[in-house]
Design a protein around this ligand. Sequence first.
Ligand SMILES: Cc1ncc(C[n+]2csc(CCOP(=O)(O)OP(=O)(O)O)c2C)c(N)n1
Ligand SMILES: [Mg+2]
Length: 320
Amino acid sequence: MEITKEKLLDFYNTMVTIRSFEEKAVELFAAGFLPGFVHLYLGEEAVATGVCANLTDKDFITSTHRGHGHMIAKGGKIDLMMAELFGKATGYCKGKGGSMHIADVGLGILGANGIVGAGQPIATGAAFACKYKQTGAVVVCFFGDGASNRGTFHESLNMASIFKLPVVFVCENNMYGISNNQKDHMNIGDISDRAAAYGIPGVTVDGNDVIAVHEAASEAIKRARNGDGPSIIECKTWRHRGHFEGDPSVYKDPREQESWLKKDPILNLEKRLGELKFASASDLDQIKAAAREKIDSAVEFAKKSPEPSPDDLLTDIYAS
Ligand SMILES: Cc1ncc(C[n+]2csc(CCOP(=O)(O)OP(=O)(O)O)c2C)c(N)n1
Ligand SMILES: [Mg+2]
């Protein structure tokens, strides 16, 4: 696959936008501006970016409790996301949902989800609808290593396989489910091995290498679009922060953390851009500064936005 300068710079822009959003969330959470839980995507930016760059607005994704990166990579509106984190009336859920309930169905974002493993059946159902209606769209299901142990994983993958549904299961293996290291919650090293149980392809890639993620996703998405059914892509990666903001991560080996920080996906891409002479340090600084500006303006929007009115307490809660 040809990797053009435009494509790599586009990846870089998305990754630094996600990073700036998350770094700002660290700061805002510590300062007490964000009332709900936040689970940050810092360190995992290459996965959402590499995968979603293969999708159009007609395609769908399902997300997780760690969803900000997926939303941004799929084109979610940053102002509305930030306002939702602040619990403001202008947010995606008018301030009622917070970080784990952000969705934008018009953009194919079927929602973050606080229930671990809940995205898998939603993605399978959406893929069934795409196939039934012959829309040509595909669905990408993001989930963690922990979520691959849920019963929903088995049911969804079996059904997706037998119905040859247009869905790609992207496992973000950051090697932890809260404080449980992968070796303590499963007896295999590569989660992609589970694909064999469903008779579908499964690959493991370096989840901190956006190009490797993008290529694997491109192949799996093409397969799904051509009617050849689902696949699993396991992206090995690392969360830089605790499980949620406020978790001091005492269960992580500091040496392991240090070695993964050296494999930071943004540093990897910067190195590649430099080697290919696609961008100078000052070009990259400009992209980073523009991303920070976008985030600052989203914070401004959120801060200026009104609190939800008590009169709206029960609106959008019950379906009639
Ligand atoms: C059904 C269910 N069980 C337990 C939890 C509590 N919980 C929240 S996140 C999490 C771990 C998820 O780990 P993983 O799927 O690897 O995602 P990561 O947090 O690493 O991105 C658990 C057990 C939950 N939210 N939902
Ligand atoms: Mg995990």
